[in-house]
Design a protein around this ligand. Structure first.
Ligand SMILES: CC(C)(COP(=O)(O)OP(=O)(O)OC[C@H]1O[C@@H](n2cnc3c(N)ncnc32)[C@H](O)[C@@H]1OP(=O)(O)O)[C@@H](O)C(=O)NCCC(=O)NCCS
Length: 356
């Protein structure tokens, strides 16, 4: 069955509205995070001793600059490691890693980064700026209520990026602003498939430049559905329109593997619609965490993996900017977006649906 969802193209200030105080970047002054969130963040930031406060004031400016710098490296967790380096330095902070005290320091660091070092070095559309009120509210709630005894490494890695403005919210997914698809990856795909198709698509989109990279955050999955993804992609299109240097949107996941459609058809839409609208896939292979992610929630995929009938494989889904913007234009013209049907049914064309 074709699913029809609508994008609210009529929202105010859509035509590239940016609230930036300084051109080309967004600071906390440009966001309305609300007095309640601000006060709670301040409390978390100040949950430190006088000596810890001194150390934070002395070390966090340098550590945050380093975190911002290393965020251009491919490794997602590098900024968090730059912050943990100072928290785990016994000469500065006595608490050892993985203790309750370390958790408290991590919380305080994230709150201080958000309050004093948040800076998005990019132009943002209104549709993304408008998400920040709720986004920072949830982040603050997490800091106050859930990261109490233990701060999960993966969540800390994400939160450092959010607090520094390196990764921005877009709804169903969050977007890293600096990412690349290395030519080596394309070379490996070529060797594996013996087909130059991906290399051509990469070259045609000048794929060696800067891309956005999407991420899931398992704490906030309410919009993980076709409607949520449609709205998310519409926001990312606006982001691309404001930032013409960016080559497009990339995402890395086991669920972009074409094999997933036949095992878990309810996830097929994640790959099918972007691919029908000009995205291409680059095969990456399998790391242990890909197997974990692909099988943790699904008894069926777990069983098939155990029986050797399914090998989770990670793919990059790369949606070049021109094609992604064209998708949005078509959707806008029809005031609606239809996701493709499941395998085996007729092609998706509904009244008001996109066309290619
Ligand atoms: C990605 C993820 C959020 C998708 O979750 P999901 O939408 O619930 O889809 P899943 O197929 O994983 O769902 C798990 C089970 O719920 C059921 N289910 C969920 N949504 C369903 C739907 N719409 N229709 C039918 N069954 C559904 C399935 O039956 C499935 O079990 P089964 O495969 O044994 O039948 C989930 O797999 C996950 O959290 N993975 C770990 C983290 C991860 O992969 N992160 C991304 C890294 S790139």
């Amino acid at each position: 069955m074709t699913q029809q969802t609508r994008i609210d193209w009529e929202r105010p200030l859509r035509s590239g509205a940016v609230f930036n105080h300084s051109p080309g970047e967004v600071t906390l002054l440009d966001l309305s995070i609300g007095p309640n969130t601000y006060t709670r963040l301040r409390l978390v930031a100040d949950d430190v001793s006088a000596d810890e406060d001194r150390q934070f004031r002395r070390l966090l400016p340098g550590a945050s600059a380093k975190a911002r710098h290393v965020s251009r490296h491919w490794e997602f967790g590098a900024p968090a490691r730059a912050i943990d380096e100072i928290l785990c330095d016994p000469a500065a902070f006595a608490a050892g890693p993985r203790t309750r005290e370390h958790t408290r320091l991590r919380r305080a660091a994230v709150a201080r980064l958000a309050l004093d070092f948040f800076k998005v070095e990019s132009r943002l559309p209104y549709s993304i700026i408008a998400l920040y009120h709720e986004f920072f509210r949830r982040l603050t709630k997490f800091l106050c209520e859930r990261a109490v005894d233990y701060y999960d490494d993966d969540y800390f890695a994400k939160d450092v990026r959010y607090a520094l403005g390196l990764t921005v919210p877009a709804g169903a997914a969050h977007v890293d602003l600096h990412s690349r698809i290395g030519p080596k990856l394309i070379g490996r795909d070529l060797l594996h498939t013996w087909s130059p198709a991906t290399a051509f698509r990469y070259a045609a989109s000048a794929g060696w430049g800067q891309w956005y990279n999407e991420h899931l955050d398992l704490r906030w999955m309410k919009e993980f559905n076709p409607t949520g993804w449609t709205a998310c992609y519409a926001r990312i299109v606006e982001l691309l329109e404001l930032n013409p240097r960016i080559r497009g949107l990339a995402g890395v996941s086991w669920f972009y593997d074409p094999a997933v459609a036949s095992i878990s058809p309810h996830l097929a839409y994640l790959r099918e619609m972007p691919v029908q609208q000009g995205a291409f896939l680059v095969r990456m292979g399998t790391l242990p965490h890909d197997i974990g992610n692909a099988t943790v929630r699904s008894p069926l995929r777990r069983r098939m993996y155990d029986e050797g009938r399914y090998q989770p494989t990670c793919y990059v889904l790369a949606w070049p900017r021109r094609r992604m913007i064209a998708w949005a234009r078509n959707a806008e013209a029809g005031h609606g977006v239809a996701w493709p049907p499941r395998q085996g049914s007729a092609p998706a064309v509904a009244a008001g649906a996109y066309s290619t």
